[in-house]
Design a protein around this ligand. Structure first.
Ligand SMILES: [Zn+2]
Length: 871
């Protein structure tokens, strides 16, 4: 490649690149030549397949773009992303990646060298579109943005291509296809703008943007690798399309509260880049860019926000959306009252005045926004790179001097497999984890060799702090003038302002893992681990009569499902018992030796890292016999991610199930096909009964279960079936099934009680099969959840049994709660006899977004509990 002296670099690069444009632009196809329509055309959405087809054409015809595959999506497509820059940078990607990595991780890099690398390096910018596939413009904008950058010959774009390496990603390929496949046949019919009646992802839907700090989904894992393991961008920009109406785009600065586990420089850059975007909009006469309302940075589960603790400046925007690619006309009279007089303000200086809004407008806004980010990255390239170094260096220095100096994770855990999963996800998220090679002493505790350690003197330490510590949500009422920009403090009545999403998420609590902070510097020999492997599984003793497996691990459920599938038998011990000088808890799994082969059990122990005790005679304890459950999960056409996450967890633990729909419930006779039906959490219990209104959707998707369908569900339980109501859906059972309980929060006003997305302590009755394997006390997610009062019942046999309750003291473990007195000592799980069957109310989300691994077993227990037989 040609090498340039710094002084004439600009001119030479321009000359060289203009020439290459001249040569190649003839061959680079415009999007419409491949797609058959222009990007943003009314009624047209490109699928992911078309987009990749187009990107391949670009890669064949231009040296400014290179494509990479990062793995499969949840539905099995190859996830392809593009890297776009000047031809010279594209030929040297490895070199610039390494510079970015060294500046990001710091390790031993002196400031002078960091300065030099910052001069030499390129600003790597990650931009994605299409994460929320229902928000159509961002994924379409990727196509146009790629074409614009590859074919441009203007000095500004050439400068950007010289300074910046763009990593351009389709964040949800499956969703992009699903949306186009739903929308196109409906165009021109009465259902043109009808909502899609299923999730735009195999499991997660909208929650694919709540997965980032734990990376359950394949797509999240891929995005994490791109951003945190491979490219080390200075900026990560995640596009969305739900602007606060009537604004046309929401851009940073963000709203409050601000997550405290980020370097201050990061917040400065977010504000600065957001303002640069705002200036770009008003310079182009694009009105309606708004900032500093609605979207805050408290919760780190988002694709954008998760990387802030990795010293990557995250930018999130929300462009305005009507529906899909259908245009819409607005007048000022459509606006909320407070926007109708078009008041100019510091964070909304050019109020939108109404008019047509088409997909093309939204795509153009996305393009302006992306180009403004790329322009800022180009102009401030060197500062951004050096600041990335400063942020990491400061974090490392800080935790050499102040606690927590490290997080210590004992190898011995209640559920070692689940703790290992948490640690492996932390490794994926860029965290260095070590294992001690010797016994050591810290803060009065002695730890054995083999203890896991996360030293905090590492570049991304703030991320560990962010997800491991207890969240203390700030009460923003105290100093409103400070954060709201008002001249004087206003008196804010009622409860503090909630965050846009969860207020507390502490992952070790959600995983039921024991982790300890070290408040003094550690002195111990240790080795870095690339992967955490729990102690190997084994069978201890002589297996003449039975195999005994503890109920504490989530792997014990995978084991159960494999044994039942193989035709083996599984029993649950009704009580705790001692056997051959060992103590076993209630719920211990007993597998009669004659029902399985020894080699099968050995393989099970090895594959699932299970400690299995073998018994030479059957322990003398009463048992229940498990049955392979015929399980159905109700899927509403008013799709909900809770149903998707439930499927995800069941598949992960190999528990087979069937989906049932409104028509199945309306048809009845459910007891012939199923033993257990799960009714996942939904937007409202009424929506299950009513469904979509007639005329709003194609006929197949309207009408809900109807009241007649509810009667069929009652009949199902009456005839011996088990109904499991998840979280808020419990209200459906309380209101329609005449059970002797009520939810005290049903009528609670905001002034009395607020607690959304926090972790609360729960007390479990572990002698009840629904709570087998749980500790007496555990953290649970509270999110639009229930607190039950049991009402006196005229028939003792029908009285609900409480299996878990909110304690009197220290309810809050992480996040925020107001009005806790309302729920103290109330029940959160009810086991209700119903006819010959059962109704189970799980009043809190035991499987919320597949995150609280510590409470998954309540879901599995509920499924097996229904068809248990006494023996
Ligand atoms: Zn979105």
């Amino acid at each position: 490649m040609v090498s340039f002296k710094r002084a004439n670099l600009g001119f030479s690069i321009l000359f060289f690149l203009s020439l290459s444009v001249f040569i190649f632009s003839q061959a680079v196809p415009r999007p419409e030549e491949v797609l058959g329509f222009k990007v943003g055309d009314d009624y047209h959405l490109a699928t992911y397949i078309q987009a990749v087809q187009y990107f391949k054409k670009l890669a064949e015809n231009s040296d400014r773009i290179k494509l990479f595959n990062i793995g499969k999506t949840s539905m099995g497509q190859t996830m392809t992303y593009a890297v776009i820059s000047s031809a010279e940078n594209i030929a040297n990607l490895e070199k610039f990646k390494q510079i970015a990595k060294r500046l990001s991780l710091v390790s031993g890099l002196p400031p002078e060298e960091a300065k030099k690398l910052s001069q030499e390096g390129k600003a790597i910018v990650y931009i994605d579109g299409g994460l929320h596939a229902g928000e159509c413009a961002p994924a379409q904008h990727n196509i146009q943005l790629a074409y614009d950058l590859i074919t441009a010959s203007d000095p500004k774009t050439l400068r950007i291509l010289h300074d910046v390496i763009l990593v351009l990603v389709f964040a949800n390929p499956d969703g992009m296809n699903l949306l186009a496949e739903w929308y196109h046949p409906n165009v021109g019919t009465p259902y043109e703008v009808s909502p899609m009646p299923w999730l735009y992802h195999k499991y997660a839907g909208h929650d694919n943007n709540r997965d980032s700090y734990i990376a359950n989904l394949l797509e999240t894992q891929h995005l994490t690798r791109i951003a945190i393991q491979e490219w080390y961008p200075v900026i990560l920009y995640n596009h969305h399309q739900t602007a606060p109406f009537p604004a046309r785009i929401w851009i940073p600065p963000n709203s409050e509260p601000t997550n405290p586990n980020v370097h201050p420089l990061l917040v400065r850059w977010q504000n600065m880049i957001g303002s640069a975007m705002g200036a770009a909009f008003d310079a182009e006469g694009k009105e309606g860019a708004i900032s500093r309302i609605v979207f805050d940075t408290w919760y780190p589960g988002y694709v954008s926000q998760v990387v802030d603790s990795h010293n990557i400046i995250s930018i999130m925007t929300e462009t305005a959306l009507y529906r899909y690619a259908t245009p819409h006309f607005y007048t000022v009279r459509d606006f909320p009252k407070e926007y109708q007089d078009l008041t100019m303000s510091a964070f909304y200086p050019s109020p939108w005045k109404g008019g047509w809004w088409r997909l093309k407008d939204a795509v153009d806004y996305c393009i302006t926004a992306s180009k403004a980010v790329l322009d800022a990255a180009s102009k401030y390239r060197e500062e951004l790179l050096y600041n990335k170094y400063i942020m990491a260096r400061d974090v490392i220095e800080r935790f050499k001097k102040e606690p927590p100096f490290a997080w210590i994770i004992p190898e011995k855990q209640r559920d070692p497999g689940t703790t290992a999963l948490l640690l492996n996800r932390m490794i994926l998220l860029g965290i260095d984890i070590y294992q001690s090679e010797e016994t050591f002493f810290c803060d009065g505790i002695t730890y054995p060799e083999g203890t896991y350690i996360i030293p905090m003197a590492q570049a991304f330490a703030l991320f560990v702090k962010n997800v491991f510590e207890e969240q203390r949500y700030p009460d923003l009422r105290k100093y409103p003038d400070l954060w709201q920009g008002l001249v004087r403090s206003e008196k804010f009545e009622g409860t503090p302002f909630e965050s846009y999403d969860m207020m507390g998420w502490t992952l070790p609590y959600q995983f039921g893992a024991n982790v300890i902070t070290s408040n003094s510097p550690l002195k111990v020999r240790m080795t870095r681990r690339q992967e955490i492997k729990p102690a190997a599984g084994e069978i201890l003793g002589s297996p003449k009569a039975a195999y005994l497996i503890g109920h504490e691990t989530n792997a014990s459920f995978t084991a159960t499902n494999r044994i039942l599938k193989a035709g083996g038998r599984v029993l649950w011990a009704k009580k705790a018992f001692s056997f051959e000088n060992k103590n076993f808890s209630e719920g211990t799994l007993l597998v009669p030796a004659q029902s399985v082969t020894h080699s099968f059990m050995e393989k099970l122990a090895k594959d699932l890292q299970l400690k299995i005790s073998a018994a030479s005679e059957m322990p003398k304890v009463e048992t229940y016999t498990l049955k392979k459950p015929k399980l159905a999960i109700y899927q509403s056409w008013i799709s909900s991610a809770d149903e998707g996450w439930t499927r995800f967890i069941l598949e992960q633990h190999e528990l087979p199930f069937t989906n049932i729909y409104d028509a199945d419930i309306r048809a009845g006779n459910l007891e012939t096909n199923y033993d257990v039906i799960i009714l996942p959490d939904t937007f409202s219990p009424e929506s299950i009964i009513e469904g979509y209104a007639k005329g709003t959707m194609p006929p197949k998707y309207v009408g809900g279960t109807t009241l007649n369908g509810l009667r069929n569900l009652k009949l199902f339980a009456d005839n011996g079936g088990t109904l499991i109501f998840m979280n808020g859906t419990s209200n459906l059972a309380l209101e329609h099934f005449q059970v002797a309980a009520r939810n005290v929060l049903k009528q609670a006003k905001r002034e009395e009680f607020v607690c959304n997305g926090s972790l609360l302590r729960m007390e479990f009755d572990t002698s009840h099969p629904l709570a087998y394997g749980m500790p007496k006390e555990a953290a649970t997610v509270f999110s639009d959840s229930c607190a039950f009062d049991i009402m006196p019942s005229y028939e003792a046999k029908k009285e609900p049994k409480s299996v878990a309750k909110y304690p009197t003291e220290n309810l809050l473990m992480s996040g925020w709660i107001y009005g806790e007195r309302l729920i103290q000592q109330k029940s959160s799980i009810l086991d209700i006899p119903y006819g010959k069957g059962k109704i189970i109310l799980l009043g809190f989300p035991v499987q919320f977004r597949a995150q609280p691994h510590g409470t998954f077993k309540i879901l599995f227990n509920s499924i097996y509990y229904g068809p248990l037989s006494e023996k």
